[in-house]
Design a protein around this ligand. Structure first.
Ligand SMILES: Nc1ncnc2c1ncn2[C@@H]1O[C@H](COP(=O)(O)OP(=O)(O)O)[C@@H](O)[C@H]1O
Ligand SMILES: [Mg+2]
Length: 404
């Protein structure tokens, strides 16, 4: 059987149009570029709706409801439906947020091997009962300039696709190597291969297009590969796909190798994160629904909470209470979260700070709202993400908030 190979080059345009393969690729690239541009503007217009807040409220409220219902309660199935649908909406929102952001600027380089190892438990969970994960990683670190969030998103999107294509007993192999590419530049090659159903040539030809999906409604968004493509392209790399029906699929990503030392890997999000021991948390969030959800979740986790809808009132509360952690939204009316953090730390040196936002660290930095990615809770969040970020922030050395 002929295998279909789709080459997507992003660094140099194809030098010849003789081969039909290259011509098709050019046509395909134009279609993708147009679709990308219109989707980009759509997602920009949609972001101020702040759906990350709405989803945080729904996701956590249904979690509270399920906690109260007995296993045989007749409403349980309905609540579980809401939970499942909200999880899907959350996953879609994350994809759209990533899409509207594009690639995050990466200040430091990242060791692909470290990220893959850190993410392995989550990928194993993604494959579930269906497939096995195998890692074949280069011995030496594979350093690239890429934001951690972006690399994780690519790996998760590829793993989800592999799982969907697999029969039980399938394999997903993630491989990394140091290579020298055609232009003799040092590159890192990341290969993600599955032995699932594979793709017909027509499917492979459209697979990277935004909203192209062969999955039933509600199961596919058609954004997974479009996002992977966009991130790799913006990082100066390229991604290819090789697949044929019955032969599985192989995605190969080339990224320029970086010389700078890599950032140490972050701690994994624990499935059962430790709760609190009565530490006092000052929550600053202007959305009433999100604030209420946060107060309740933090109480459940064993923390004490004081809360405020704005920064000025938060400073008053801070002066009155022995606060251990400031958990603040970044975008607040009048005084933004990072400014509040600076004032709060002047008032109480050594105070721990955890920011939360639907925006990423890169976007916040570009908007002059510096924060450190390690201490940013991404919205929409669920109770596990909240619990692990809060406990990590409390355990960490105090955050140095920039002086101006
Ligand atoms: N590993 C894979 N094996 C088989 N088909 C795949 C694989 N990855 C992607 N595809 C095909 O490409 C399409 C687009 O993938 P993607 O952009 O992630 O969107 P979605 O997964 O939401 O459909 C899928 O619907 C599927 O037909
Ligand atoms: Mg997908």
């Amino acid at each position: 059987m002929m295998s279909s190979l789709l080459l997507v080059r992003s660094r140099s345009p194809p030098s010849s149009s003789k081969s039909g393969q290259i011509k098709n690729t050019c046509l395909w690239r134009r279609q993708v570029a147009t679709a990308f541009t219109s989707l980009y503007y759509t997602t920009q217009a949609w972001r101020p709706l702040r759906s990350e807040n709405l989803l945080s409220i729904i996701l956590n409220s249904v979690h509270f409801v399920l906690q109260e219902l007995r296993p045989d309660d007749p409403s349980r199935a309905d609540a579980e439906q809401i939970q499942a649908a909200t999880r899907r909406a959350t996953a879609l929102t994350r994809q759209l947020l990533t899409f509207s952001r594009g690639a995050e600027p990466a200040a430091v380089s990242l060791d692909i091997n470290g990220v893959v190892r850190d993410l392995a438990p989550l990928l194993v969970g993604t494959l579930g009962e269906v497939g096995h994960l195998e890692l074949d990683l280069a011995v030496m670190p594979c350093r690239v300039k890429l934001a951690r969030d972006n690399l994780e998103q690519i790996l998760v999107n590829l793993a989800v696709n592999a799982r969907d294509a697999m029969a039980p007993g399938g394999h997903l192999v993630i491989r990394s190597r140091h290579v020298t590419d055609a232009s003799l530049e040092r590159a890192v090659q990341l290969t993600v291969r599955d032995d699932g159903a594979g793709m017909a040539a027509e499917v492979a030809a459209h697979a990277f297009e935004p909203f192209f999906t062969t999955k039933p409604p509600g199961q596919g968004t058609g954004l997974g590969l479009a996002i992977a493509y966009g991130i790799v392209r913006k990082a100066g790399g390229r991604i290819t796909l090789q697949s044929s029906p019955g032969e599985g699929s192989t995605f190969t990503i080339w990224l320029p190798e970086s010389d700078s030392p890599s950032q140490p890997s972050l701690e994994l999000i624990d499935v059962n994160p430790p709760g609190g021991a009565g530490e006092l948390i000052l929550v600053v969030e202007d959305d009433d629904g999100v604030r209420a959800v946060l107060e309740r979740l933090l109480h459940e986790l064993g923390y004490r909470v004081v809360a405020s809808a704005d920064a000025d009132q938060a400073l008053v509360l801070l002066a009155r209470h022995p606060v251990d952690l400031l958990l603040t939204d970044v975008i607040l009316p009048r005084r933004a979260g990072p400014e509040l953090a600076r004032l709060a730390q002047a008032l109480r040196p050594g105070l721990r700070v955890l920011f939360m936002s639907g925006y990423t660290a890169g976007e916040l930095a570009r908007g002059g709202l510096a924060s450190d990615d390690g201490w940013l809770l991404h919205k929409p969040f669920n109770h596990q993400e909240l619990a692990s970020k809060v406990s990590a922030a409390l355990a960490a050395p105090p955050l140095a908030v920039p002086a101006d």
